[in-house]
Design a protein around this ligand. Structure first.
Ligand code: NAP
Length: 543
């Protein structure tokens, strides 16, 4: 079995698959290590009922191949998890990706050998692989976060995490089900579980803002419209902050009359989807402006939910709308009008413990057959921290990032030569259509590898000074927004002991991409490039 490669990629989700495609284009020998038994990354694992994307399917797909984007047909405005997984498999088949992917192989460590300038990747089953370059394509929302609830291990029923749902069908009908978590996953799974359960208890700690998705079948005229000008539309999308072609308001919410504002919110509510918060330019910057949108959504919740006490509990008041990832739902709030659904407010009735047959919250015991944990992810850095990554002079990534993740452009971190990260902390990643972010990062990495190869360079590494400058820029960009006003996974505060640092770059896709392109054009400014033992920024004259 071959164990030496030019490049090893960790993860066969959308990032890893495209990185493999680009590595082959460069003529590199490549290996992808993947924990799962198939491609798709987060879409392989998140198989819970109701799982679907909140970016429109005509946009949530690769743009790198015209033939691929023309031939693939999406059936719904927002694709369901099975359809996205089918698409990922189609891509893997079309480009014969599987032959370089080792499935059921979890990378447990990645160690850089200083002398040989080689990365050694080891897997759980004791295999070792070696490569000059290593790319972490491990995803931002791939490390499911199980809550630390006393007694959870004693529960005699079934426990499922939305982010790690079984591949076999789960029998949910006629069961007493408890859901913990009311983020995007909880909001999607709750209406589906309610249709099947004998009784559904939704244990809510914090309510979230959600906008109706208004999902519907894609009609052929809409599809044709997109496909006639796909390339132009993709370019236009890349010029938008979230990398999504959308209708972005340019006015302040406070500069228009209350009547006009209401009409605009009504229009967006009727259209559906997360574009709601793009109605005005200052909704994520100014608390008063934000308050107008938040109050509109709270009013809608009160209109839908018939029991005023339940409606009150479901109406978020503790964070600005959009400061946590906004959700898109199908009948979430209306689900609480069903007789077989009970909302349990964990703020008033704190979760005490789980025992063999259920859960106690406050002084009330709830008998359950099944627990569904919709408790989210150790986001952005979680999948990386599950791998023992060791760089130069035995520096571990965990040590280096103990006070928060430091990267240059989200792409590399000093002390870890030849290690690239796709959609790493400090890049726009989760604030965008992540497939756009993935393609842009992978294209940049591929361009960088080509540059290094033509110069016969041995290593590339982010300079500590460039990294420091970038991290300060990322922090300053976030400070000017309302994102820091919520206790969210963007900040890592959902994970006990994780430093509270705002991780994604809020500057938007065009600004970020411009910086990445300038760095590239400026001979990889801020990166140290070495050939043999010499710095090779001087080698450019030879090339
Ligand atoms: P999440 O947004 O982090 O929500 C986790 C939920 O679990 C929160 O309601 C949280 O309450 C609750 N929770 C966690 N630990 C708890 C505990 N010990 N006791 C009680 N409640 C607890 O996670 P998510 O819903 O999986 O979503 C994560 C992200 O994945 C989304 O923001 C989105 O970016 C992505 N996603 C997207 C889609 C889509 O495309 N439509 C679907 C699913 C997920 P607190 O808020 O009080 O901590």
């Amino acid at each position: 079995m071959t164990r030496k490669f030019d490049i090893i990629i960790v993860g066969a989700g959308f990032a890893g698959m495209y990185m493999l495609y680009k590595a082959r284009e460069l003529g590199l020998s490549a290996l992808v290590l993947e924990t799962a038994g198939g491609v798709g990354g987060t879409w392989f694992w998140n198989r819970y009922p109701g799982a679907r994307c909140d970016v429109e399917s005509m946009q949530y797909s690769y743009s790198f191949c015209e033939e691929l984007q023309q031939e693939w047909q999406w059936s719904e405005r927002y694709a369901s998890q099975p359809e996205i997984l089918k698409y990922a498999n189609h891509v893997a088949d079309k480009f014969y990706l599987r032959r370089d992917i080792r499935f059921n192989s979890r990378a447990s460590s990645a160690i850089f050998h200083d002398g040989e300038r080689v990365w050694q990747l080891s897997t759980d089953d004791g295999e070792h692989y070696y490569a000059k370059w290593c790319v972490m394509a491990t995803g931002c929302l791939s490390a499911a976060q199980r809550p630390n609830i006393p007694g959870l291990g004693t529960f005699k029923g079934e426990i499922y995490h939305t982010g790690n749902w079984p591949q076999q069908p789960v029998d949910l009908s006629g069961r007493k089900i408890g859901v913990i978590g009311t983020g995007s996953s909880g909001i999607q799974v709750v209406p589906e579980l309610a249709k099947l359960a004998k009784h559904l208890y939704v244990f809510q700690r914090t309510p979230n803002f959600s906008i109706p998705a208004r999902n519907q079948p894609i009609d052929s005229a809409y599809e044709a419209e997109w496909k006639q000008s796909y390339a132009e539309r993709r370019t236009a999308a890349r010029n938008m902050p979230a990398g999504i072609l959308s209708d972005i308001g340019t006015n302040s919410a406070l500069a228009v009359s209350p009547e006009d504002r209401l009409a605009e919110y009504e229009r967006r509510w009727a259209a559906g989807g997360t574009g709601f918060t793009a109605a005005y330019s200052d909704l994520l910057k100014n608390e008063d402006a934000n308050g107008t949108a938040a109050e509109f959504v709270r009013k809608k919740i009160r209109e839908v939910v018939t029991d005023p006490a339940v409606a009150n509990l479901l109406a978020p008041v503790d964070h600005p709308i959009g400061s946590k990832r906004i959700c898109a739902d199908t009948d979430y709030f209306a689900t609480f009008n069903r007789q077989n659904v009970t909302l349990v407010d964990l703020r008033a009735n704190p979760l005490q413990e789980v025992s063999e047959h259920g859960l106690t919250a406050g002084s009330q015991f709830y008998e359950l057959d099944i627990f569904v944990l919709a408790t989210g992810f150790d986001a952005i850095t979680g999948a990386l921290s599950k791998i023992d990554i060791v760089g130069r002079q035995a520096l571990t990534l965990k040590e280096k990032w103990q006070d928060g993740p430091n990267t240059y452009l989200g792409l590399m971190t000093s002390g870890f030569p030849n290690l690239f990260i796709v959609t790493g902390p400090g890049s726009p990643s989760v604030l965008t259509n992540v497939i756009v972010a993935i393609e842009d990062n992978v294209n940049w990495i591929a361009g960088c590898l080509a540059y290094l190869m033509t110069r016969d360079a041995q290593t590339i590494e982010a300079m500590a000074s460039a990294e420091q400058g970038w991290i300060e820029h990322v922090g300053q960009a976030a400070e000017g927004t309302l994102y820091t006003k919520a206790k969210s996974w963007y900040l890592g505060v959902n994970v006990l002991g994780k430093p509270a640092v705002f991780m994604p770059y809020v500057g938007g896709v065009p600004a970020y991409q411009k910086i990445c392109e300038e760095v590239e054009a400026d001979s990889y400014r801020g990166f140290d490039i070495h050939a043999n033992r010499d710095s090779v920024h001087s080698l450019q004259v030879v090339a």
